[in-house]
Design a binder for this molecule. Structure first.
Ligand SMILES: C[S@@+](CC[C@H](N)C(=O)[O-])C[C@H]1O[C@@H](n2cnc3c(N)ncnc32)[C@H](O)[C@@H]1O
Length: 261
């Protein structure tokens, strides 16, 4: 099972334009697997779907019974004249990957106009919430509030593009969130692109998951301090990143998985 999901991450997912690379895909896999093993249930929600790269990862990991909610404006026109839209490419990707989209679980709207009740009504309280929509402070403020209000006690929020100098307000939004909810939420893991947060009573549990996950052994586990908690910083050495890119660009995606063992 794990090896087929790894193949999906390293081969199929690369055919969907978008923004999740193998290191974070392996973190998502490890966290969701640990939740399932522990019986920590709930739906999954994503703000900022684009063409579905992360969404299809969620779908593949959580299987037929998983309830994954996709929230996006879906207003990116691909061609003048509007023949091929962001939404139609998203739907086509699902068909092509054998993961057809349940359109009852898609919200095509500004996330600022989505209420927690609507999310909980569709998928139950979320065990995992990915925030990757608008990247300005007011977006991150609204989206993180929405995530917290619709999150299960054991739920995780993944903030994308944290510490990315191209989107400085994302980091401000994350810091505001953690400072306003000091003692309630803690960051427990960081990668080059994302910061992972959970309720403080589940902090030790998720720290342990990250420390011991077999799929994360390839990374250097460093420790850093961030707004009141120790955070595992997963470092992906430059040599491996270069090797991975070379393999993908020379058409050897199928074997690139070995680089991350
Ligand atoms: C960086 S892309 C998301 C990448 C995606 N998570 C992936 O896996 O490839 C950002 C997405 O956020 C959406 N977006 C931007 N502002 C939004 C808003 N206010 N409400 C909902 N979606 C929004 C955009 O339409 C775009 O599809």
């Amino acid at each position: 099972m794990n090896s087929t999901i790894r193949k999906f991450i390293f081969r199929d997912l690369q055919t969907v334009e978008g923004y999740i690379d193998p290191p974070d895909a392996l973190v998502f896999l490890s966290l969701l697997k640990a939740q399932t093993e522990r019986g920590l249930n709930g739906g999954i929600a994503e703000i900022g779907v684009y063409y579905g790269r992360t969404y299809f990862l969620f779908r593949r990991i959580s299987g037929k019974r998983g309830r994954i909610l996709a929230i996006d404006l879906f207003d990116i026109e691909q061609a003048p004249g509007g023949a091929e839209t962001q939404y139609s490419r998203f739907i086509d990707n699902g068909r092509r990957l054998g993961l057809p989209i349940d359109e009852d679980l898609v919200i095509r709207r500004d996330s600022a106009r989505v209420q927690a009740d609507e999310i909980v009504g569709k998928i139950g309280y979320a065990r995992f919430f990915s925030i990757d929509g608008g990247h300005m402070l007011h977006h991150v403020t609204a989206d993180s509030r929405l995530a917290a209000d619709s999150l299960a006690d054991h739920g995780i929020i993944a903030f994308d593009d944290t510490f990315n100098p191209a989107w400085p307000e994302v980091t401000v939004g994350l810091a505001d969130f953690l400072r306003q909810r000091e003692g309630t939420f803690s960051a427990f893991c960081m990668t080059k692109y994302r910061t992972y947060v959970c309720r403080s009573q589940f902090y030790e549990f998720y720290c342990n998951v990250i420390k011991k996950a077999p799929d994360l052994l390839a990374f250097e586990h460093l420790e850093t301090q961030f707004l009141g908690s120790k955070v595992a910083r997963l470092h992906n050495p430059l040599g491996r990143r270069i090797l991975y890119e070379l393999m993908v660009r020379s058409g050897m995606s199928v074997f690139s998985e070995r680089v991350y063992r």
